[in-house]
Design a protein around this ligand. Structure first.
Ligand code: AFP
Ligand code: FBP
Length: 336
């Protein structure tokens, strides 16, 4: 039988042998992983835990919050605030940053998360997930403000997600490739199940919400039209489409077998740069995708080079198999 490697052992080895992660970061990742286990338990209970349905409130972007959105947010905050590894947290579900209270020691890291991505899938029992990103606080003063969070994604110290699907899987990067851990429900431990994950450069599968087609910009329309033209078209091959409507699940498929994911800017709200959130969704996913040999842009620029101007900033997202993302990006640059 092959030896099982736990998340703890993987992280200790990253710390000891590769020098990639300081002790505080290791602790932080372990705490996030533990919180994800608690969220997985709540998600699995579903109607039995009385956790389904709306909470009757809205978040800062005016979206209706589900009970599980709020529960997951609370689980992540409670688990992380006392450990001494964090200075502050920011969440898609909170208007402002949550500074670690004075009664606890303050660490040098800042944690950002979308506590439960794919809210529309919660009540219908389709895969959902938690996305997280870790930044280092610049400067050693105790105070921390929203400005400290406004760093380009290329400065992330770690990023990952946990997908609550047929299996519960934690996917992680600390800047040394991508590793996947499957939750062993019998022992309660995360077991390393894939290492050095690689996204193939070419693909025949795209993910986009096709119902928005009439609102798309010309380069996106051109790209999808060419995919739809199949073998007879300029691409010379048939494409398949998949859209889960949980970014976590769509990105997990791409990390597993390749593909391209697009949530582009469109003409519905011309002033809005896109739908997805830069700090809680696009940056962490871009870090994972690049670490797996893929590419992530907003059609014009690398996502991880973008300088955020506010915490809840939105962005256009094209990510996945390198040659496809390159192609869509070229179509944008040609039409600019
Ligand atoms: P929430 O952030 O409200 O959970 O929405 C999930 C999401 O931002 C992302 O995970 C999906 O890719 C996208 O929404 C699906 O959006 P559409 O319903 O517009 O297809
Ligand atoms: P399997 O029986 O091979 O699992 O296929 C499942 C399925 O028949 C349906 O569940 C699903 O709606 C459909 O395939 C998806 O098919 P497509 O790949 O054509 O979108």
């Amino acid at each position: 039988m092959t030896k099982r490697i736990s998340l703890t052992q993987y992280l200790v080895e990253q710390q000891r042998e590769h020098g990639h992660i300081p002790g505080q970061l290791r602790l932080l990742i372990e705490v996030v992983a533990r919180a994800c286990k608690r969220i997985a338990i709540a998600v699995n209970k579903g109607a039995l835990g009385e956790v389904l349905g709306s909470a009757g409130s809205e978040n800062v972007q005016g979206e209706v919050q589900k009970k599980l959105d709020i529960i997951s947010n609370e689980v992540l905050i409670e688990a992380n605030e006392w450990g001494g590894h964090l200075a502050a947290m920011a969440s898609e579900e909170m208007d402002d940053i949550h500074v670690v209270p004075n009664r606890y020691p303050q660490g040098e890291y800042m944690l950002l998360f979308d506590p439960l991505d794919g809210s529309s899938n919660i009540d219908v029992n389709v895969s959902i997930g938690t996305i997280f990103s870790v930044l280092r606080k610049v400067g050693h003063n105790r105070g921390v403000s929203e400005e400290d969070f406004l760093q380009p994604g290329k400065f992330q110290a770690a990023a990952g997600y946990c997908v609550y699907g047929p299996q519960t899987t934690l996917v992680l990067t600390v800047g040394d490739g991508v590793a996947m851990f499957t939750l062993d429900r019998e022992t309660g431990s995360w077991v390393l199940t894939s290492e050095n994950v690689q996204i193939p450069a070419d693909t025949k599968e795209f993910a986009i919400n096709m119902s928005n087609m009439r609102h798309w910009d010309e380069p996106v329309k051109r790209y999808i039209d060419e995919c739809l033209a199949g073998k007879e078209g300029p691409r010379g091959k048939d494409f398949n489409m998949r859209w889960v409507a949980s970014m976590v699940a769509d990105v997990h498929r791409i990390l597993t077998r390749g593909g391209v994911f697009l949530y582009p800017w469109d003409k519905r709200e011309p002033a809005k740069p896109g739908k997805l959130r830069l700090m809680y969704e696009a940056n962490p996913m871009a870090f994972l995708v690049e670490q797996a040999g893929g590419m992530a842009t907003n059609g014009h620029q690398r996502i991880m080079d973008l300088g955020p101007t506010k915490l809840h900033e939105r962005v256009s997202v094209i990510l996945g198999s390198k040659n496809e993302v390159q192609r869509v990006t070229e179509y944008h640059l040609e039409s600019a």
